[in-house]
Every structure is written in structure tokens, then in C-alpha cells.
Ligand binder design. Structure first.
Ligand code: GLY
Length: 423
């Protein structure tokens, strides 16, 4: 079977590694891929946000399944074009991808099916948004009502911060914002594999969004993650499936836009009660790098079943070990950073027991691996528990010789504090 993965980051490397383990995977292609993915798959160039270009590549390869990694191709209608061409795809239609592309759409869906989430209001006029924030006070959350590559959400602890966020997010003509009540609690992510009718829980994780230790510094795409997430217990996950995920999926189907793909529910959990923070319509990055290595069944078989609408009766099996990943980023990220610096020690790091290194932003040059992005590597390790995974991941990080990079030294701190309290 020939599988085409779209994307070129750490998430797609983790997807490639999971799919490559399947006995049914004969040929694995990734567009555009990266230097790490190239060890597992053929990497081909493709304008992955152009539906016609993706269909042409899938046809040329006679792909049996296309797995879409990032959200932008989904919002651009790549899954619709593939489905129309009769090519199986794991990823939702553009209509269903609005669960990530439009915050107000998601809020309307939640309201329609009673899924618990924060109170909200949408504004097309900055003046009205400013007046609302001034009346409501802080803390308060301001979100761009569209895809914003991780820069569209501001949790404002003061009214002044919220007003500045409104000015920034509404600077472009036509921009709208959604303003939400602040939710207290602990955030965690629940992944769900969906075929339009059936929803199978597909992993739990927590990530670290801030750049620096102690959850300080600017927001990033994620500087590390671990799975499982102690705050997302079986009981909380079941509540989230019952109170949020299944009602939302039923409402999407009722509206004629069934969701087929991987749904990422960002949850705020307080006193055992989950509320929805946001949906993404694809795997998390770096959450995929800790969820997928724990999978103890055939990922490709499940992805094909989801794409074909036949998930009913399928089950997911997990390894008992925990996984933790540490992201190595170029110094300066998430601001300006240099590209092209050489990274050494990768072979020694990957040789440590339980360690897998996922490439996020790398290229091969003159026989060496060089940095080509902001987030560059995700160093993942499995361990008997999160502490064991953390120790193994940092031992691997120590083997990597890359003076131009940095990482957080406290990935997993929250889970370890919870475990210590419980113990
Ligand atoms: N780690 C956050 C995301 O994938 O959106």
C-alpha cells in the first residue's frame, strides 16, 4: 500500500514512524518532509495547500491513503478535493475544518449541542470589543476569529493587555475577534479519531507552550509534551467524550459536515470537570511525538478505517510506558533566529534505549544535518513513568551538540508535581 503524508514537521515525522511500522505500508511518501523523515519515507516537493497539486501528486503515486498533518491544507479544501477524486484521506473537509479555522463557529456548535465552554462574544468592530472588555474586566481571553498560526490567542491578565490584543488582532481590515471568559484550571489535550459517526479516543497529552523554564516567556508552538496527562484521568476523558466530543460530532453530522480525521480537543479541567478551550482538526505538535510512540496497534489500519467510515468495532491499544518529548529550538525562537547551523550527536542520542528523535525543522547539507526552522528537533523517550521518560529524554538531549539551539529544562514539571503529591 502507498501512503502519502502531507507536512514537514515533527508531527509528520511521528506520523511517518507510526505508519512505517504497519506491515501494510509498502511505500511511504512525505511532501515536503524533512531530513529526518527522509530516513523513513521518500520526500517530494508539493504545494500542499493547493488542492489540485495534492490530487495530482496522490494520483501520480496511486496513493491508497493521504494523511494530512497540518491544518492549513484542510482549511484550503485539500481533503474535499481528494475525496472528490476518489482518494482516501485522513483529515476533515474544509467545512468541518472550521472547528479550528473559526473560533466563533466552534462556539456556535458548542452552544447548539450544550458542550461546556467559556461564555463568549464576537466582535467585528474594535470599539465594541474594547467597550466589552472594559465592562467585563480581566482576566479575559481575546482570540483572532481565524487561523493565526499560534499567535491568535491572548490570555490577558489585565484590561490593558486585552485592549492591546484587540488592537493587534484587529489591525487588518475585516479581522474579527472572539472574547471569552477566563477559565481557571489545568489545560490538557485529548485526541480523538473520528470517521464521521464513530469517535475513538486516540491519546492524551499535556504540552508546554511558553518558551522558557517555569512556563515563562513568549508563547510558542510547544516546547515539550508528555503522555499520559495525570490531570486527564479515565473519568475526565470519559466526561469529555460524553459531554463535549460526541455531542459536537453529532451536531456536525446533523449540519451535513461530518468530521472525519483526528480531532484535538484542548480542555480546561477544574475539579474533574472538563470544558472546551478550543478544537484543532489535526494532531498536535509536539503532542503527536508523545502519543504515537505509545501506540501498541497498527496506526495505518486505524487511519484507513477512519478514512473509510468503518471505525465502529475498532479498538486502540497503548503501551504501558509514558512518553516525554523535549523540543530543541533555534536560539531566538519564537522570534527571529538563524538557519543553517550544524547539529551533531544525533546518532549517539538516538541510540539510547527508548529514545526517538523527531525532526521538525532540519535539512541535509553536505552530509550533515542543519537547522532549517524555529522548532528543530523533538527528542522523545519512553520510560516506565513520566520521570523515567524525562530522565531518558534529557540524557539524549545531552548527547546533541548544537550550540545554536536551546531547550527547556523542566518539561513534565506539572505531571511530576502531581505524581509527587499523589505519592
Ligand atoms: N501543541 C499545540 C498545537 O499543536 O496546536
Amino acid at each position: 500500500m502507498t501512503i502519502l503524508i502531507l507536512g514537514g514537521g515533527g508531527r509528520e515525522h511521528a506520523l511517518a514512524a507510526a505508519i512505517a511500522r504497519s506491515p501494510d505500508c509498502d511505500r511511504l511518501v512525505c511532501a515536503p518532509g524533512n531530513a529526518g523523515i527522509a530516513a523513513l519515507a521518500e520526500c517530494l516537493p508539493c504545494a500542499i495547500e493547493d488542492p489540485a497539486a495534492v490530487v495530482a501528486l496522490a494520483r501520480q503515486l496511486a496513493a491508497d491513503l493521504v494523511v494530512v498533518g497540518p491544518e492549513a491544507p484542510l482549511a484550503a479544501g485539500v481533503a474535499d478535493a481528494l475525496s472528490a477524486a476518489g482518494i482516501a484521506v485522513l483529515g476533515p473537509s474544509a467545512a468541518a475544518a472550521r472547528l479550528e479555522a473559526s473560533k466563533s463557529f466552534t462556539k456556535e456548535i458548542c452552544d447548539a449541542c450544550g458542550a461546556p465552554t467559556a461564555a463568549w462574544a464576537r466582535f467585528a468592530e474594535a470599539e465594541a470589543a474594547r467597550a466589552y472588555v472594559t465592562a467585563e474586566g480581566a482576566p479575559i481571553v481575546v482570540k483572532a476569529d481565524g487561523l493565526a498560526a499560534g499567535k491568535g490567542v491572548v490570555v490577558a491578565m489585565t484590561v490593558e493587555e486585552a485592549l492591546a490584543a484587540i488592537d493587534r488582532l484587529m489591525a487588518e481590515p475585516g479581522a474579527e475577534v472572539v472574547i471569552e471568559a477566563f477559565m481557571a484550571g489545568e489545560e490538557a489535550s485529548l485526541f480523538v479519531l473520528c470517521d464521521g459517526e464513530t469517535a475513538l479516543e486516540f491519546g492524551r497529552a499535556q504540552d508546554h507552550k511558553r518558551a522558557f523554564d517555569g512556563d515563562t516567556g513568549p508563547n510558542t508552538g510547544g516546547m515539550g509534551a508528555y503522555s499520559p496527562a495525570p490531570v486527564l484521568s479515565d473519568a475526565v476523558a470519559e466526561r469529555a467524550m460524553t459531554e463535549i466530543v460526541r455531542p459536537v460530532l453529532a451536531e456536525m453530522t446533523r449540519r451535513g459536515m461530518p468530521f472525519r480525521g483526528i480531532l484535538y480537543a484542548g480542555l480546561m479541567i477544574e475539579d474533574g470537570a472538563p470544558r472546551l478551550v478550543e478544537f484543532n482538526v489535526r494532531f498536535g505538535d509536539p503532542e503527536a511525538q508523545v502519543v504515537l510512540p505509545r501506540l501498541a496497534c497498527d496506526a495505518l489500519a486505524l487511519f484507513r478505517a477512519a478514512a473509510a467510515g468503518r471505525l465502529a468495532g475498532e479498538t486502540v491499544a497503548w503501551r504501558a510506558e509514558a512518553a516525554l518529548t523535549v523540543v530543541l529550538a533555534a536560539k531566538g525562537y519564537p522570534g527571529a533566529y538563524e538557519k543553517g547551523s550544524r547539529i551533531g550527536g544525533l546518532v549517539a542520542a538516538a541510540a539510547l534505549p527508548g529514545v526517538q528523535i523527531f525532526h521538525a525543522g532540519t535539512a541535509a547539507r553536505d552530509g550533515a544535518i542543519v537547522a532549517s526552522g524555529g522548532r528543530v528537533l523533538a527528542v522523545t523517550a519512553l520510560g516506565a513513568d513520566i520521570a523515567g521518560a524525562r530522565d531518558a529524554a534529557y540524557a539524549a538531549v545531552e548527547c546533541i551538540d548544537w550550540p545554536e539551539g536551546f531547550c527547556r529544562r523542566d518539561i513534565g514539571w506539572r505531571a511530576l508535581a502531581t505524581t509527587a503529591k499523589e505519592g
